[in-house]
Design a protein around this ligand. Structure first.
Ligand code: SAM
Length: 262
């Protein structure tokens, strides 16, 4: 890139970062949901009323989204709309944006971890874990059924895995996070039994909440360490599901050994 082009590229990153923060706010407050569900152009007053929010702040958020070319505003009526063709893209992808809130809360810990005399890493089980779990739960909720279908069901079709899941096997979701995938699987395969294990207490709490809300009896959650699975679990699972976890572990080989054990 030429200097001028790089200058533009670099400064745009800052602008996009702020837009992403606003997308995260819109996701968390339900603003995008209201906007995407609206059948007609809608005013800032109506949006604010539906969510019991302040109109002034709602209008500011809407203006930010208009400036970011995500929402359109009619110049005469001042009403807002989300173009029809944007809606499913927004609804399936916006959940990633609040990651910035969770990451921001950890920036101090990350800087400490860089230092030679700093800690080895950052725990998933500290006072900020709840923010991370809140984010991953909201993000996964938007796409978890699709993930279960495309990344679990379809790949397993050829190996008769699905018929085994249907007839009843024992499954471990290692590093289950907020329990989105394991509860979706438990719902789809009521004859199988599932255990969701995670290091994070906040994740286990959220998993149990999903279990209760879905009225599931074939899933249990337990707090634990992927590097030290209970010896009594040896050879007791038919299928171990690990999604977006291995790269987070301090010792992947050790965890793989534990997966082999169970
Ligand atoms: C990126 S999240 C993925 C969560 C979940 N699998 C999902 O896809 O929603 C990684 C998860 O690994 C968990 N984790 C990290 N280290 C762990 C360990 N040593 N033992 C068990 N879980 C761990 C974290 O608490 C976190 O929930």
């Amino acid at each position: 890139m030429e200097k001028a082009e790089f200058g533009k590229y670099f400064t745009n990153i800052f602008q996009d970062g702020f837009i992403m923060l606003s997308i995260g706010i819109g996701h968390d407050l339900g603003l995008f949901k209201v906007m995407c569900e609206a059948k007609e152009p809608i005013s800032s007053e109506e949006v604010a009323k539906k969510l019991d929010l302040k109109e002034r702040y709602t209008r500011e958020w809407l203006s930010t989204m208009v400036a970011a070319s995500i929402i359109k505003q009619d110049r005469d009526s001042n009403l807002y709309t989300v173009p029809e063709q944007y809606k499913d893209i927004i609804m399936t992808n916006m959940g990633f944006a609040p990651a910035l809130f969770a990451m921001g809360m950890r920036s101090k810990a990350v800087k400490e971890a860089f230092k030679k005399d700093g800690p080895y890493g950052i725990s998933y089980h500290d006072e900020h874990a709840i923010e991370f779990i809140h984010w991953i739960n909201g993000y996964r909720a938007l796409m978890c059924d699709e993930t279960v279908d495309k990344k679990i069901i379809i790949p397993l079709l050829d190996q008769q895995g699905v018929s085994r899941l249907k007839s009843g096997i024992k499954v471990l979701d290692l590093g289950c996070g907020a329990g989105n995938h394991v509860t979706a699987m438990a719902q789809k395969f009521p004859k199988s039994t599932f255990i969701g294990l995670d290091y994070s207490e906040a994740g286990i709490k959220q998993g149990n909440k999903h279990k209760q809300e879905k009225g599931l009896t074939n899933v249990t959650f337990t707090q634990g360490d992927a590097h030290k699975l209970p010896d009594e679990w040896a050879e007791s699972f038919d299928y171990v599901f690990v999604y977006d976890v291995l790269h987070d572990l301090p010792n992947t080989h050790k965890a793989l050994g534990q997966i082999y054990k169970v």
